[in-house]
Design a protein around this ligand. Structure first.
Ligand code: ADP
Length: 553
């Protein structure tokens, strides 16, 4: 811009100066030309008076530097010329100025020399006797004048150009400086040309619009990332080439990816066949749902195509972590199968005994014994069904109980009281230690837990052994320990005993009337109460189960 302004200013000023100069020269030339004419007229009139009085003699005394004076007779012969020999000069009768002078008293003519460098101005005056007095003066033509003045004119022109250059440079810088110094971030603060004000106004309005649009876009972006980042479901947005456009951290977590592949295909996140198949199908325009096996479990993939003007432009993939659901379903299926199996055994026995009695294979005196067996199996069934109901209720979390203040020591005492007879039957002594601790909890569930733990302590004990329940304050809160001197549990099985229907020794468990659900109920019940159960056991020495509330009272 500075260059263009410079060029324009320079051209205009140079042109103005050059034209001005030329114009001035022409005016001066005209002026001096007119001056010369007047001088010639005056001189002619003075000399005419002298010639009228003294004749041609008056002209002979003219000074050397005087203008050229010529006296011509009425016939045109040259009578006198102060610059040339009159006798050698040709007849002047037909010269323009002479003819005019003869006709109307004075005549004027201008003649340019052959070289065009000079022009001669003639003024002729008719005398009383008819002779004509002519005075002439030579003047340079404009071209000659310019030619003669070429050097100084060129000098002046160069100076004019230099001056124009300096002026143009300063002017252009001065014009551009305020424009360069404009603060476009704050257009209103600028003090500059009035002409720029509308432009600054427009910039300000545009900036405001851009700012508004930017903050709206930022807000939307933030809202979007807050929503997506707080979603437990994974979200992936891909383009037509399967390249990842957007994702949330849940998606990476579910797919087990550590970092998002920058500008890479979504297929690098999961290379399984079902995933690839779903992506192909969704990019072909179809809606798909697929169950995927991922690193730590399962996820439900819901894929929808994104259409733009009727064409598939990409896809949105939603990943729902269904590991827990699948595990729960598997567990339930396994549990149902186990329950059916566990129910079948006593039912088969009951049915068998009844059949034998019905067929009359049992002697009258043995019927009581068989009836007792049927009763035992039926009792086993009742206990089993009872345990199944308890565990199902804990699973569903729909227990009709409410929390209350429970004296843990007293509750443990009551349980030991209930187990007094079976313990005595097995020759196991029961002990209660510790002190009274009041705890806000669900009493029926606590009783169920303690009953199962103490019953196990008795069941898996030895003749003359003991079960000791201790109520105490642990590191984090209340604790109840159930310690026995029984057979103990081998280390590798200690983790598994809480699984449904898991028994270390199946036949022994059945023998002592176990269902394999007791510790499972303990674990679920403890979780329901916000507590945890741990086990410490040495085979042959005994086991200790600790029910502990963490971070509470
Ligand atoms: P069960 O009805 O068979 O007793 P549980 O779920 O209560 O089922 O216990 C699971 C298994 O853990 C038992 O079969 C037994 O092998 C073992 N077990 C539980 N408690 C004890 C204990 N106090 N001492 C030794 N083994 C135990």
């Amino acid at each position: 811009m500075t260059k263009r302004i410079f060029r324009a200013v320079f051209l205009v000023s140079a042109l103005a100066l050059a034209v001005g100069l030329a114009f001035l020269m022409v005016v001066l030339y005209q002026f001096f030309g007119g001056q010369l004419e007047t001088e010639l007229k005056n001189e002619a009139s003075y000399l005419s008076i002298a010639v009228e009085n003294d004749g041609a003699k008056a002209l002979e005394e003219l000074p050397e530097h005087a203008e050229r004076v010529t006296l011509i007779s009425k016939d045109g012969d040259v009578l006198f010329d102060n610059r040339a020999d009159a006798s050698e000069m040709e007849n002047h009768a037909e010269r323009e100025e002479i003819r005019e002078a003869r006709e109307r008293g004075y005549g004027q003519a201008v003649r340019t020399s052959n070289t065009l460098a000079e022009k001669t101005v003639y003024y002729a005056l008719r005398l009383e006797n008819g002779d004509v007095l002519r005075i002439s003066s030579t003047q340079y033509t404009v071209a000659a004048l310019l030619g003669g003045l070429l050097q100084p004119v060129l000098l002046v022109l160069i100076m004019v150009l230099i001056l124009s250059g300096i002026f143009a440079s300063r002017a252009s810088k001065k014009i551009v400086k305020p424009l360069n110094e404009l603060d476009l971030d704050d257009p209103e603060a600028n003090e500059t040309y009035d002409e720029v004000a509308p432009l600054l106004g427009k910039i300000r309005n545009q900036q405001r619009t851009i700012q508004q649009q930017l903050s709206a876009a930022k807000r939307q972006q933030q809202e979007f990332s807050i929503i997506t980042e707080n979603m437990s479901e994974g979200l992936l947005v891909i383009d037509k080439q399967t390249d990842l456009l957007s994702f949330n951290s849940s998606a990476l977590r579910i797919l087990g990816a550590k970092a998002a592949p920058q500008n890479q295909s979504v297929l690098t996140l999961n290379r399984s066949e079902p995933f690839r198949r779903t992506i192909d199908a969704v990019l072909a325009g179809g809606h798909r749902t697929e169950l995927l096996q991922v690193q730590d479990g399962f996820c439900q993939l819901i894929a929808n195509p994104v259409l733009r003007r009727g064409e598939v432009a990409g896809a949105v993939l939603l990943l729902v972590d269904v590991t827990e659901r699948i595990q729960r379903e598997n567990l339930r299926r396994e549990f149902t199968a186990n329950v059916s199996h566990e129910l079948k055994t006593p039912l088969t026995s009951i049915s068998g005994f009844a059949e034998i009695i019905q067929d009359g294979f049992v002697k009258q005196e043995d019927i009581k014994k068989f009836a007792g067996k049927i009763f035992d199996e039926a009792q086993r069934l009742i206990v089993l069904v009872g345990d199944v109901i308890k565990i199902s209720q804990l699973d569903e979390g729909c227990l009709p109980y409410e929390e209350e203040e429970v004296d843990l020591f007293q509750a443990a005492g009551e349980i030991l009281q209930r187990l007094h007879d079976p313990a005595q039957e097995r020759g196991v002594s029961l002990h209660l230690e510790g002190g009274h601790i009041i705890h806000q909890t669900v009493k029926p569930i606590l009783e169920e837990i303690l009953y199962n733990l103490c019953e196990n302590g008795i069941k898996y004990n030895r003749e003359g052994g003991s079960v000791t329940v201790t109520v105490r304050r642990g590191e984090d809160g209340a604790e109840i320990s159930v310690k026995d001197t029984g057979i103990g549990i081998p280390k590798p099985q200690q983790e598994r005993i809480f699984e449904r229907f898991y028994r270390v020794d199946k036949s022994h468990s059945k023998e002592v009337g176990g269902t394999g659900l007791g510790l499972s109920i303990v674990k679920h019940g403890a979780a329901y109460l916000g507590a945890g159960v741990s086990v410490h056991s040495e085979p042959g020495q005994g086991s200790e189960f600790i029910l502990a509330w963490r971070g509470k009272k």
